[in-house]
Write a protein that binds this ligand. Structure first.
Ligand code: ZN
Length: 110
């Protein structure tokens, strides 16, 4: 399993602990929240713009992941083991795959 680390100074420790507590309360892993943050950040910034422009919003409506209810440029139709089909973001697909819940990724939502 790939592992990613990042540096945090000692002064960041309390913020990190609080973040972990909140994640625990919300029953979502810190790793999952961070992956979602990075993917959303990439979606919003990889066209070279520091901010979303109005044109970008008009031309690229974001789609909701039905698993985490966050907005992404790209979500996929995923068939789960229960044969339910949901629109999921990359990090939810990865998370659900690691739990063995995904039967098949069907297609990118256009
Ligand atoms: Zn998601």
């Amino acid at each position: 399993m790939p592992v990613f680390n990042f540096y945090g100074p000692e002064t960041f420790r309390l913020s990190w602990k609080k973040f972990m507590k909140i994640c625990d309360r919300e029953d979502e892993s810190a790793a999952h929240k961070l992956r979602k943050f990075v993917e959303q950040y990439n979606d919003r910034h990889d066209k070279g713009n520091p901010q979303i422009t109005f044109d970008t919003l008009l031309n690229m409506p974001q789609k909701e992941c039905e698993r985490c209810e966050e907005l992404f440029d790209n979500v996929w139709r995923v068939k789960y083991l229960s044969d339910v089909i949901m629109k999921s973001c990359r990090s939810c697909i990865d998370e659900d795959k690691s739990k063995g819940l995904v039967k098949r990724v069907l297609s990118l939502v256009g």
